[in-house]
Ligand binder design. Sequence first.
Ligand SMILES: [Zn+2]
Length: 192
Amino acid sequence: MRDRPSMPTVKFDAARVTDEVAEDLLRNILALEDVSSEHSDSVYDAAMRAISVGGDLSALSQALVGIVGMSHRRAAAVSTALWFKASALMDRDRRRGLGIESARWRYSGAPCAARDDASHRAADGKAFPIDKGLQLNGRWTLPGREDGCRCISSPIIKGLEHLDDRNHTHGSGGTQPGHRALGRSQRCAGVR
Ligand SMILES: [Zn+2]
């Protein structure tokens, strides 16, 4: 075992799959019209395995094809949607743990397959509290939570935000209140 691998690696902490994430995953699987109740347990097991290793979507797709008999195209779409929905909750939890309270909505650029692409496109760049998300078409949602949504978000780090948001004006005095904390905040920004 080496402390510092020479290549950057993404190591996924399976503890991020909390009870809430697991229950949400089960609900999302039970809501799939093409997964019958006799297959839901096997699909849930396969999805849990895929999510617990950080999103092995190819393995999950293969399982959906094998267990349910989905087309490869449908299996890929379902795998991606389950992963994005779980990721949205896990990202929120990780940010909570880092003391990050808000984030900016990022439209993916590719057409978002959510029911209302226009509202997701319009949400790009908007700040939202990580516990609530944004209200789009009367529903509170987080990036990635709607079916087919490929939107993501970037955390808002206190003390760095004034660099990011040019419309937001601090007092024009000689000292900017955010500067003092900059060194520390920049180090925080390195944390995913
Ligand atoms: Zn979206």
